[in-house]
Design a protein around this ligand. Structure first.
Ligand SMILES: *Cc1c(COP(=O)(O)O)cnc(C)c1O
Length: 412
């Protein structure tokens, strides 16, 4: 039963009143991005033939080729690679890293430790089999300073051996600020000041369409993300994309399939329509999610929890972090979010050893596409200070109901 406490109804109304201006800005961004996406569809003459499934080698799959061009246009990039058989964001980031780095090169992370699942890819943790480290790629890191990129330290850390830097836009599972597109541009400019040919790779997961520009428009070489997050608009069933400079997208295509084949093969098996329609829906879906995140922050802050970002802050990703400071409350909130989801509402999420993560993770994802976090989801590594990361919501209303239900549970 969805139950909403009267007090939460009041707090939600207060939060929405506080957020009126912010919501207008979010709508304005959605309008701008929708126009960009629609124009790319029109310029590339999308027709129903683009959705025809191919099998086997997938030669001359016009739908696949046009979608690559559409992503490139939307991201203001020279080229893009969009594939349903990139299994998730981690795989997509691994493609970018292995595409660019060679034995003896150094990868420099400039926004602190990268997302948890990249540790095994890089070889920071895990057995190291198949990792960059096993291939002789070195790793160095510049930590954030008070949660923000440390530009001076980044300049000092870029040396002749640094082939590539990785910049993470979103906070991931950390209590830190997300780095906006302007901030990413500053980092890239600083890196290029020291070593102009450094390959700048951006982990764009959760960031797409939250702002009017993307990191590709501030000189990033390769920008990477998952299609079951923002750009898949809730309809893409699986997949990932890379967008950026043509040279690096080609190297990524060679890594994703193999040298000589690159982007020219790959049957789409009927996935195109979901990827096209998902991209079409994405600016709106992202706006719904950003509003839901802000509302969640507004309600939880009024209940006395520390939240990041603050409700009316401008945002660069769809994540709302809430510090519970208490394991039981954290778990109860996440379970309540699951119980107010359209799919698997009867399931009770419990902490588990999720592949690729160091701590146990609890995850509410009552989603149509398994684990899709552009749909409402809430997850947390089980470690102090017990921070919940809530994101997504295909409709503002459904996310609002779930958040109000979750907050009501905390009052019990
Ligand atoms: C989701 C995410 C990833 C990739 O995770 P997958 O679950 O493999 O898609 C990488 N970086 C960040 C910041 C993310 O949010």
């Amino acid at each position: 039963m969805i139950t909403i406490d009267d007090k939460i109804v009041r707090l939600a109304a207060e939060a929405e009143a506080e957020l009126a201006e912010r919501f207008k800005a979010i709508d304005d961004t959605a309008f701008f991005n929708q126009k960009k996406v629609l124009q790319a569809f029109i310029d590339n003459r999308v027709g129903t033939a683009n959705f025809n499934p191919t099998t086997g080698y997938g030669y001359d799959d016009g739908g696949r080729e046009a979608l690559d061009r559409i992503y490139a246009q939307v991201f203001g990039a020279e080229a893009a690679l969009v594939r349903h058989n990139i299994v998730n964001g981690t795989h997509c980031l691994a493609i970018a890293l292995f595409a660019v780095l060679r034995p003896g090169d150094t990868l420099l992370a400039v926004t602190g430790k990268p997302y948890d699942t990249l540790e095994e890819v890089i070889g920071i943790s895990g057995g190291g089999i198949g990792s960059l480290r096993e291939f002789g790629v070195k790793y160095e890191q510049v930590d954030l300073l008070d949660g923000k990129p440390d530009i001076e330290a980044i300049k000092k850390a870029v040396h002749g051996g640094v082939k590539a830097v990785i910049i993470q836009r979103s906070k991931g599972y950390d209590w830190r600020d997300s780095v906006g597109v302007d901030g990413i541009g500053e980092i890239i400019a600083a890196v290029r000041q020291v070593k102009p040919d450094t390959v700048c790779i951006v982990d764009n997961c959760y960031g797409e369409f939250v702002e009017k520009t993307e990191p590709t428009q501030v000189d990033a070489d390769l920008v990477v993300g998952s299609l079951i997050k923002n750009p898949g608009g809730g309809l893409a069933q699986t997949g990932g994309y890379l967008a950026g400079k043509a040279k690096y997208v080609e190297m990524a295509a060679y890594r994703q399939t193999c040298p000589g084949i690159g982007a020219e093969c790959g049957a789409t098996l009927g996935q195109n329509r979901f990827m096209y329609q998902g991209l079409f829906m994405a600016p709106h879906a992202v706006a719904q999610a950003v509003k839901a995140a802000a509302l969640c922050g507004g309600i939880m802050e009024r209940l006395g929890y520390e939240v990041n970002p603050r409700p009316a802050d401008s945002r660069s990703d769809i994540i709302q972090a809430i510090k519970f400071g208490d394991k039981e409350k954290l778990i109860r909130f996440i379970q309540a979010i699951q119980s107010a989801s359209p799919v698997d509402s009867y399931a009770l999420p419990l902490p588990w050893d999720m592949p690729g993560y160091r701590h146990q993770v609890i995850m509410a994802a009552g989603t149509f596409v398994s684990g899709a976090s552009i749909e409402l989801s809430a997850d947390a590594p089980i470690k102090p200070p017990y921070v919940c990361f809530m994101q997504g919501g295909l409709t503002y209303e459904s996310a609002k109901i779930a958040v109000m239900h979750g907050a009501s549970e905390l009052l019990k």
